[in-house]
Design a protein around this ligand. Structure first.
Ligand code: NDP
Ligand code: ZN
Length: 181
């Protein structure tokens, strides 16, 4: 087994344990871990990404933001590079939501290529979820607002992976199907 495979599986195991009591916001309340796995899957299978640090960071991207995980804990297990990527995609929850949303747009454009890949995969997965299994209580307007904000974040990460940008653009074009809902 390659070292990459071993590290990616370790990150999957770690994230599964950390998110084990959490659920997504869809009507079925899907297990939360489906989402980080979807990011890693999109990066590897739709973006051709093989960078182990990026794939591990994708699996771990919501651990600090949404669980009790600390940066030091990630550092000890996965090292500085992976932890740095996760920290850059972690929102500061002490800020108001509107400010967090604005900062994501601002920081995306200044981020490293590895961080940009994780951000792009996150937005792809969330647009897919909103089209296929949206948060149960979201109006059509709220879904559309999320699409517009995601497109603003993604405009700052362009140039990092043409295939994934096409995947995003294809999903964004499907926002018109939300108008009638
Ligand atoms: P939220 O941040 O509240 O929710 C979106 C996040 O929920 C995603 O980024 C994703 O985060 C997570 N998530 C969990 N399950 C799902 C799922 N099934 N599908 C998609 N995402 C899921 O949303 P926003 O604040 O971005 O709201 C969208 C827009 O609506 C905003 O532009 C805002 O202005 C507006 N708004 C409207 C409100 C209202 O109508 N009451 C209230 C607040 C905002 P992750 O990847 O981290 O898991
Ligand atoms: Zn996410």
């Amino acid at each position: 087994m390659s070292m990459t495979t071993a590290w990616v599986l370790r990150a999957a195991m770690f994230a599964a344990e950390k998110h084990k009591h959490q659920r997504r916001k869809d009507a079925d309340a899907s297990p939360y871990i489906n989402h980080p796995i979807a990011l890693a899957h999109v990066l590897a299978n739709e973006g051709g990404v093989s960078d182990a640090d990026v794939l591990c960071a994708a699996l771990l991207h919501d651990t600090i933001e949404d669980t009790e995980t600390t940066a030091d804990e990630l550092r000890m297990t996965f090292g500085e590079a992976v932890t740095g990527i996760v920290l850059e995609v972690t929102d500061d929850k002490s800020l108001l939501k509107a400010e967090r949303k604005r900062l994501q747009i601002e920081y995306a454009a200044q981020a490293s290529p590895q961080v940009k890949l994780v951000k792009l995969a996150d937005k792809i997965c969330n647009l897919r979820d909103i089209l296929a299994s949206p948060p149960a209580d979201w109006s059509s307007e709220r879904k559309q607002a999320y699409f517009e904000w995601a497109a603003q974040v993604v405009s700052g990460v362009r140039g990092v992976n043409a295939q994934l940008e096409l995947v995003f653009d294809d999903l964004y074009a499907r926002r018109t199907t939300l108008f009638s809902c």
